[in-house]
Design a protein around this ligand. Structure first.
Ligand SMILES: C[S@@+](CC[C@H](N)C(=O)[O-])C[C@H]1O[C@@H](n2cnc3c(N)ncnc32)[C@H](O)[C@@H]1O
Length: 206
């Protein structure tokens, strides 16, 4: 069982987005090994991707900036945890993280001093104004000494050429290297939208 929300206000975090479909497929196909990893997810929404990761990894911290979304996310986590004692030694949790909010970023890093092996985000680049705080956040997290393998996997769904371009520009502005993961470009959302996975890392000279 998995809770969805319906309302007459901002529904952004209250449905499962096509980017989740793309990243979920990549995970379930075993294209990435999550065994034993500690993962941080940005813009988790209802948490389908994070909860899926929870089946494979050691620890997943899902985040979002909307309190209403975090409430449903927590309920979905609780439901999944109660359904499976098979994963009892794995940790799934959610915390508030608004991109660009230094206090939130510091809280996350303080609460998890052992850091994260991997940062993920599905369908979180759809508004030009959010790209700067998002990539700034990614840069802060990847730069933290405890973030071991220092990579962010972004599941990106293309909806506007201007955002396709701004994405690369913003990564460049933050001195981040962004590269498409080979073989991941595909159609999603009933073949209406094209999406792909990007790997984002600190540049070697950083
Ligand atoms: C398009 S939804 C994607 C949700 C989920 N990852 C999925 O693929 O179904 C984008 C998510 O990012 C969150 N979000 C948007 N702007 C944000 C910000 N500035 N800081 C943190 N989260 C944000 C929204 O609340 C929403 O849950």
């Amino acid at each position: 069982m998995f809770l969805l929300m319906a309302a007459d206000y901002d529904l952004t975090g209250q449905i499962v987005w096509p980017g989740a479909e793309l990243l979920n497929r990549y995970i379930t196909q075993g294209s990435i090994c999550l065994d034993g990893l500690s993962i941080l997810e940005l813009g988790s929404g209802l948490g389908l991707t994070g909860i899926l990761c929870g089946r494979y990894c050691q620890k997943i911290v899902m985040t979002d900036h909307m309190d209403k979304v975090l409430k449903v996310l927590q309920r979905n986590i609780d439901m999944q945890s109660s359904l499976s004692d098979e994963h009892h030694n794995r940790t799934m949790m959610c915390e508030k993280l608004e991109w660009g909010n230094e206090e939130h970023i510091n809280n996350i890093l303080q609460n998890h001093p052992e850091g994260f092996d991997l940062i993920i985000g599905a369908d979180i680049c759809y508004q030009q104004a959010s790209l700067h705080p998002l990539f700034k956040t990614v840069k802060s997290l990847l730069s933290h000494e405890a973030c071991a393998s220092k990579q962010f996997i972004l599941s990106y769904v293309s909806r506007a050429r201007s955002i396709d371009i701004a994405l690369f520009k913003e990564a460049e502005n933050q001195s981040l290297k962004i590269s498409e993961i080979a073989g991941t470009r595909t159609w999603v959302h009933d073949n209406i939208l094209e999406g792909t996975l990007y790997q984002v890392q600190l540049r070697n000279d950083e």
